[in-house]
Design a protein around this ligand. Structure first.
Ligand code: FMN
Length: 305
């Protein structure tokens, strides 16, 4: 079940997605942290962020909408309180999701984290749809994305995963820009900009009016985007969007992903990531797949179109 990506060796290709797994340590009594391939922290910023007021989560058909607004404890507290606790799980791979309102804030977070131990890689969140500055502003504009990734690349030796926004016209183009600027891997997709309205009150269901849609509702679109990105670049891709079952994960691997991230499924079942790691292994056994990595980019197109 081992996979290699961006210089990392993961015990299996199942990764808990950012924003749905806290800072990892909160899950220590729920999930065996060393049995999943890795986890990604909630987006970490230079200063603590309180986020948007409630309501900031709404259930939708086959998914959920969120507008958390990047609530997090800030890099100093993360390094002082959360990272040391994770040292109890030395085989657990910690990927830190990095967020900033400006290029200098992104770089400030990385510089602070560079001095901390116990971090396997960075995932640069250039795709949050729920803040008015930063986030998606970088992910939706090729020039800004290029500049940010190049700057981030120049200040760290650690693997740099760039998390792309699906809220763009051409994911292939953005994938090429990020790869060209020095990303070691790409992760996609973040949530889709969306909204819900309460017809009785005639008000938006989220205090932020709009939010990001995730869960099974987005899976076919996410899969198509992973496929298009994989056609455009040769660096590894971490695929996500609505993954729940082993079959969902296999679809993403075949479309081009080297590993998968699981987000919303952890809301329905907090053990979803560990269960998926097990069920994916059983699926491989049942289908005589000796190495899960052989599924990556193994999509067969009839007539080889
Ligand atoms: C409540 C919530 C908070 C999230 N916070 C972050 C975040 O801080 N940084 C980030 O890059 N993605 C964040 N995401 C996006 C997820 O990591 C993931 O890209 C998205 O939900 C699609 O995967 P899923 O359908 O399996 O949830 C968040 C998603 C949810 C549902």
């Amino acid at each position: 079940m081992k996979v290699q990506l961006a210089g990392l060796e993961l015990a299996n290709p199942v990764i808990a997605a950012s924003g749905t797994f806290g800072y990892g340590i909160e899950f220590e009594e729920i999930v065996s942290l060393e049995r999943i391939g890795a986890f990604v922290t909630k987006g970490i910023s230079l200063k603590p962020i309180t986020g948007h007021p409630a309501p900031r989560i709404v259930q939708t058909a086959a998914g959920m909408l969120n507008a958390i607004g990047l609530q997090n404890i800030g890099v100093e507290e993360f390094v002082a309180r959360k990272l040391p606790a994770l040292a109890r799980y030395p085989r657990c791979k910690v990927i830190v999701n990095v967020f900033g309102y400006s290029v200098s804030e992104y770089l400030g977070v990385i510089e602070r984290l560079n001095h901390a131990e116990g971090i396997a890689a960075y995932e640069l969140n250039v795709s949050c749809p729920n803040v008015h500055v930063g986030g998606m502003t970088f992910g939706a504009d090729p020039g800004s994305l290029e500049y940010l990734v190049r700057q981030a690349r120049s200040i760290t030796q650690r693997p740099l995963i760039v998390k792309l926004s699906p809220n763009v016209t051409s994911i292939a183009h953005m994938a090429k820009v990020a790869a060209g600027a020095g990303a070691d891997a790409l992760s996609l997709v973040n949530t889709f900009l969306a909204m819900a309205i309460d017809v009785e009150t005639r008000r938006p269901r989220l205090s932020n009016i709009t939010g990001g849609l995730s869960g099974p509702a987005i899976k076919p679109i996410a899969l198509r985007m992973v496929y298009e990105a994989a056609q455009a670049v040769s660096i590894p891709i971490l695929g996500m969007g609505g993954i729940v079952t082993a079959e969902d994960a296999v679809e993403f691997l075949l479309a081009g992903a080297a590993a998968v991230e699981v987000g919303t499924a952890s809301y329905a079942d907090p053990r979803a990531t560990e269960r998926l790691a097990h069920s994916l292994e059983s699926w491989c056994r049942g289908h005589h797949v000796e190495r899960v990595s052989s599924l990556t980019r193994a999509l067969e197109i009839p007539g080889n179109r």
